[in-house]
Design a protein around this ligand. Structure first.
Ligand code: SF4
Length: 332
């Protein structure tokens, strides 16, 4: 079903660390050695925040469970130097600083325990974890955190905690069409129980140099269309289907039911897909014409109205949201 408007948000992208315990065959983000390992420092983070432009969202992305990586000593040293003991404790501090500077955090830190979700809940407007797939794939053979059951369990815990949540599937990483349907059904079933999923991303695999899947073809546009069509048919209307406009052509996918273009940043790059710049807002408007573009916050209107956010976030949400729960147009 077509929506009246197509949504997006304005963010700054914060790669907290590229140290990761997994080694997904398609990943160009994770550090492979001590030489390319990194943890963002507080000063570097504040520089990004001060240069946020019109962004309302601070998107925190990291490698998963860096404390369990073969590069954990690098990660721990950097975090201890900053005065913290874990990824979650450090990220919570960065989220708090982001809020103080007028940004609504959205954390996607990979697998988290229930206690860790609780620790981050009140400083996040929404959180996310890509399910990616429910199939056991070759691409994940060195990635213990990509166990589908574990990931579904975490998404379920987020539902129990009433955290507005983003998930999604990856298309073209070795899964079959029925695997994609199975993954979408699993997300649907969790949403039916907890009502917490705000959007499902349909993300195409995009090959990265120096990775085992560098020579693998991207999924065809037909496969993307099939995946969006299936998602729209399967998932309830209240869940937005998101397609990333820097990785695929959104207009035809909007005609098939996609209604959100995710976060775009005018000040930072997509650190996961650095070769694919986001279109600017004016360009996005042009590409999707005649559909209308509306800016939203990292928390969807439905959850703004339901009050699924903490007291820490209410001053910002009240400042930024209009009566429909979208971003106010008067620039405040
Ligand atoms: S895709 Fe994510 S989980 Fe997999 S290796 Fe890269 S950073 Fe780690």
């Amino acid at each position: 079903m077509k929506k009246k408007y197509i949504t997006f948000s304005k963010n700054i992208f914060i790669p907290v660390t590229n140290v990761c315990r997994n080694a997904c065959d398609y990943c160009g983000f994770r550090a492979r050695s001590f030489e390319d390992a990194d943890v963002i420092g507080v000063k570097e983070f504040l520089d990004l925040v001060h240069n946020r432009g019109e962004a309302t969202e601070a998107l925190f992305t990291t490698g998963e469970s860096p404390e369990l990586s073969h590069l954990s000593s690098f990660f721990k040293d950097r975090v201890i130097e900053a005065g913290f003991t874990s990824l979650v404790e450090y990220t919570r501090e960065l989220c708090t600083l982001a809020i103080e500077h007028g940004l609504l955090p959205h954390c996607n830190l990979g697998m988290l325990s229930t206690d860790e979700l609780k620790e981050l809940r009140d400083v996040n407007a929404s959180m996310g974890l890509m399910l990616e797939t429910t199939a056991e794939l070759e691409a994940h053979r060195k990635s213990p955190g990509k166990d589908p059951e574990m990931r579904l369990k975490m998404i379920e815990e987020a539902g129990r905690l009433k955290i507005p949540f983003t998930s999604g599937i990856l298309v073209g990483i070795g899964e079959e069409e029925e695997d994609r349907i199975h993954a979408l059904e699993a997300l649907k079933s969790l949403h039916e129980r907890y009502g917490h999923i705000q959007e499902v991303i349909i993300q195409p695999f995009s090959p990265k140099p120096f990775t085992p899947m560098w020579k693998k073809k991207q999924p065809s546009f037909e496969e993307m269309k099939d995946a969006v069509r299936a998602a729209r048919e399967l998932l309830p209307d209240e869940i937005a289907i998101q397609v990333p406009p820097n990785l695929t052509s959104p207009k035809e996918l909007i005609e098939l039911g996609a209604s959100d273009l995710g976060g775009i940043s005018e000040r930072t790059i997509d650190y996961i897909n650095p070769e694919s710049p986001w279109p600017r807002e004016a360009e996005l408007r042009r590409i999707i014409t005649p559909f209308e573009l509306s800016e939203r916050l990292p928390i969807y209107p439905r959850f703004v109205k339901k009050g699924w956010y903490s007291e820490l976030l209410s001053p910002l949400i009240e400042r930024y949201a209009d009566e429909d729960g979208l971003r106010r147009k008067d620039g405040i």
